[in-house]
Design a protein around this ligand. Structure first.
Ligand code: HPA
Length: 244
């Protein structure tokens, strides 16, 4: 049976170790290649994709988002649970908290961000009123209730081009514009999933307060450390969600 659920693991989430009967495959499509891992959790078929590669070797601006989403579509995935490490611009969203993003602000610059480039699939303008799937966000919120976690059910994700972190001036601007979180990967991933007709939700995990809000300079190691400290919570939330 084809898996209906896809998990895209972001920074700190490379290993589908909770799955059994694991089988790896490299899928080729018109956009490139995507490495996926098939497995089973409590009788449910799941496919896992490490966004940055198994060893975090692909930076956010070079991820082949189109090849990844197209591969999941070809497999027959109907729902994607994506994880993301984020900085926070919102004092109420502290490191260790989870946020189910409901909106985004797109500040990416150089990414191939559509399947509808006027070629084979034509020109289509996709509605983005609800970029992150409301029904999947609800399931995630329900799954989180039984866990001792702080989960915010809404948040605006500001997507930057990266791979550098932001300046404090940029963070002040994003805050004025209504941003809550800052990260480097949700766009175009969420957009492509919408274009592909796949229900997509992001579980953002706050790893730090953003530049200028944090009392210290940022480092990738800090992001990895907080992800590692909360990895168990994140996988429990993911697996509770898959069970619903
Ligand atoms: N900025 C951008 N991306 C991030 C951050 C941040 O502060 N933290 C984790 N990913």
């Amino acid at each position: 049976m084809a898996p209906e659920i896809g998990i895209i693991g972001g920074t700190g989430v490379y290993n589908p170790d909770i799955l059994t009967g694991i089988r790896e495959e490299i899928m080729s499509n018109r956009y490139g290649q995507a490495k996926v891992v098939f497995g089973t959790y409590k009788g449910r078929e799941i496919v896992f994709l490490a966004r940055h590669g198994a060893t975090h070797s692909v930076p956010p601006h070079l991820v082949n988002y189109r090849a990844n989403i197209w591969a999941l579509k070809e497999i027959g995935v109907r729902r994607i649970l994506a994880t993301a490490a984020v900085g926070s611009l919102n004092e109420g969203m502290a490191p260790g908290n989870f946020v189910l993003a409901d909106q985004f602000l797109d500040f990416t610059k150089n990414r191939l961000s559509t399947f509808f480039d006027g070629e084979e699939l034509g020109v289509i303008h996709t509605d983005m009123t609800h970029p992150y799937c409301p029904s999947l966000r609800k399931i995630l919120a329900t799954a989180a209730q039984s866990l001792d976690l702080t989960v915010h059910e809404k948040g605006t994700y500001v997507c930057t081009e990266g791979p550098r972190f932001e300046t404090p001036a940029e963070i002040r601007m994003y805050h004025i514009l209504g941003g809550d979180l800052v990260g480097m990967t949700s766009v175009p991933e969420v957009v492509l999933a919408r274009e592909a007709g796949i229900c997509y939700a992001t579980i953002a995990m706050v790893t730090n307060f953003a530049a200028g809000i944090s009392p210290t300079e940022l480092s990738h190691q800090e992001v990895l450390d907080v992800m590692a400290a909360n990895g168990k919570n994140l996988s429990t939330l993911l697996m509770n969600t898959v069970e619903i």
